[in-house]
Design a protein around this ligand. Structure first.
Ligand SMILES: Cc1ncc(C[n+]2csc(CCOP(=O)(O)OP(=O)(O)O)c2C)c(N)n1
Ligand code: SF4
Ligand SMILES: [Mg+2]
Length: 339
């Protein structure tokens, strides 16, 4: 955990060694994101914050860009964070993470603080990360001399400002910027941006990129622990069901996360040192131990797709099949049965 370093001058650039947890029983009870937040009932992104903080442990600094996980978590004079936390501008998770890691290192080098392995995590939403802050994240992933994790919690819209469409919103979703109308049923016609592999492909020196979903909490926490231990800048992309933006009963958040994975819409994988490795149910699908469920099992559970007719579902299914059959990361990492 939080080793105090005294041996050599270079030790302060080392990471904490956070072993993988073997199962729920080995996960400590201590929380670092506690009561005092005001997210919606069933908000999966709040669970991401809670378990991300748990996985990282006490010697951690967390930076958060604007969005639901900033606004709803830091209402005036109240906060659920019990580790040091700082807000940063909407597109700045990458620069905040690099600046904090660089600042810690400078203070340690100058002897102004004890040499200690401190985790630096910056989180951002899909609007802040996949759209507005992509360049800063890219810059952070090129600075291999700093240890940091950028976690993008993806609720598939600019949720905090009332569910506007983002580059990460799925095809056809109803949002305040893409409401279905009489003349045009599908207003949002772009396919979801493939952020995690795009960042992996473009930053070959980045040692770790992963996709997670908190319906598979131990795996997701272990991804955070690996990202913080491996060294250098790392990136995790989490898919987070959002009852308000996706329009479903909050009690189904966990189940929708599972369905996203089981239908193959959200594949779970790690890209470690350039090699892609599927895990969990996605690995079972690749290995032929499990069949993908039809995408309609996921889509028709959400009000944001309530205007879909058969041809829309067929299109969504065909695009998802294409991803599994032809590519996972186009032109870079061919999708193979070697999971
Ligand atoms: C530069 C800038 N533009 C616009 C806003 C207004 N704004 C605040 S939160 C937000 C939505 C961010 O969406 P996302 O990053 O996906 O996070 P979410 O709200 O979905 O959690 C926007 C547009 C802002 N704070 N800063
Ligand atoms: S709008 Fe969605 S992401 Fe924002 S607090 Fe509510 S459930 Fe969470
Ligand atoms: Mg969002």
């Amino acid at each position: 955990m939080s080793d105090v370093i005294t041996e050599t001058l270079d030790d302060y650039i080392k990471t904490q060694v956070l072993e993988a947890w073997k199962g729920p029983k080995t996960v400590p009870e201590q929380e670092y994101f506690t009561s005092g937040h005001r997210t919606c009932q069933g908000c999966e992104s709040a669970l991401v914050m809670k378990l991300m903080a748990k996985a990282a442990g006490p010697r951690t600094i967390i930076l958060g860009s604007t969005g639901c996980m900033y606004v709803a978590n830091t209402t005036y004079l109240s906060t659920p964070w019990s580790v040091p936390w700082m807000h940063t501008q909407l597109g700045s998770s990458g620069s905040a993470a690099t600046g904090t890691a660089a600042g810690l290192r400078a203070l340690m080098r100058k002897g102004k603080m004890e040499k200690e392995r401190i985790n630096v995590i910056a989180f951002c939403g899909d609007g802040g990360g996949a759209d507005m802050g992509l360049s800063a994240i890219s810059a952070a992933l090129q600075h291999t001399e700093y240890n940091l994790l950028i976690l993008m919690y993806d609720n598939e819209s600019y949720a905090n400002t009332d569910i506007q469409v983002s580059g990460s919103s799925p095809y056809g979703a109803n949002s305040t910027f893409s409401p279905p109308g009489k003349e045009r049923r599908i207003m949002h016609r772009r396919w979801k941006k493939n952020t995690a592999p795009m960042l992996a492909a473009g930053h070959p020196e980045c040692k770790y990129v992963a996709t997670v979903c908190m319906s598979y909490a131990v795996e997701a926490m272990n991804a955070v622990r690996k990202a913080l231990s491996i060294g250098g800048p790392t990136f995790i992309h989490s898919l987070d069901p959002c009852p308000k933006g996706w329009d479903y009963d909050p009690m189904f958040s966990h189940e929708l996360g599972e369905l996203a994975v089981e239908t193959g819409i959200w594949p779970l994988y790690e890209i470690e040192e350039g090699k892609i490795k599927m895990y969990g149910k996605s690995k079972r699908i690749v290995n032929g131990q499990m069949k993908r469920k039809p995408v309609q099992d996921y889509l028709l559970r959400q009000g944001r797709f309530a205007h879909f007719i058969d041809e829309d579902i067929e299109y969504f299914q065909a695009k998802t099949d294409e991803m599994w059959e032809k590519w996972l990361i186009p032109g870079v990492l061919p999708f193979s049965a070697e999971a």
